[in-house]
Write a protein that binds this ligand. Structure first.
Ligand code: SF4
Length: 211
């Protein structure tokens, strides 16, 4: 499969934030979000066998592996890669943009699914059927750029009763809106969500790859 990069870092998001993690960034994405920070993963990458990927990951000696992108489900080989990682007893997180059918993700993996807000310009691409396939161990992530995004997020959480179904994360598009403002809105509305910042962006320089 075509891999953009494999690296070890601190998981910057989700309820696993702060933990050491091996990242496998799969090349390719079918979306073009307005705030995308991994445009280099749309096309850049090298062909790698599953054996090679597993060997590199083993060298990092982490308990957690995050399969990300780009969009990992844009490669038909990703479900098999996840199976192989699970066979090695890793905790496997799969970050997906919510446009592909998540039933292709092996059940024991943790699905971290984006729900794209209007100001990403990609909310029309969401596969809303996916919500039926989320569990209590999965997570959904909203990235907020504006008050409009926040109000839309609130309505979606309510419509699908999301906080009962799964773990709900709300973050901000880096540099686009004050995290404090969004945190205040969440508190005013008493939303049953986890507010998160992208930890890795505070640790390393913006241009740094592989963090
Ligand atoms: S889904 Fe992720 S990788 Fe794809 S365009 Fe959006 S932010 Fe970028």
């Amino acid at each position: 499969m075509i891999i953009n990069e494999i690296f070890k870092s601190i998981q910057g998001e989700t309820s696993y934030a702060g933990l050491p993690c091996a990242f496998i960034r799969v090349t390719g994405c079918n979306l073009r979000c307005s705030y995308c920070d991994t445009m280099y993963a749309y096309e850049e990458g090298n062909e790698m066998s599953l054996i090679t990927i597993l060997e590199i990951v083993a060298g990092f000696n982490t308990k957690i592996v995050c399969v990300t992108g780009g969009e990992p489900l844009s490669s038909k080989d990703t479900p098999l890669l996840i199976e192989r990682l699970l066979d090695k007893y890793y905790t496997v997180l799969v970050e997906t943009n919510g446009s592909y059918d998540i039933r292709t993700i092996p059940q024991k993996a943790v699905k971290i699914m984006d729900i794209k807000c209007p100001d990403s310009n990609m909310s029309h691409m969401m596969n809303w059927q996916n919500i039926k396939h989320l569990t209590k161990t999965d997570e959904v992530k909203f990235i907020i750029k504006s008050r409009r995004d926040y109000d839309w997020t609130k309505a979606v959480i309510q419509k699908y009763n999301l906080s009962e179904i799964t773990n709900v994360l709300i973050g901000t598009a880096f540099g686009e809106i004050s995290p404090r403002t969004v945190a205040q809105w969440i508190l005013e509305d008493n939303l049953d969500v986890r507010f998160q910042l992208q930890l890795h962006k505070y640790i390393w320089e913006q241009e740094t790859r592989g963090v």
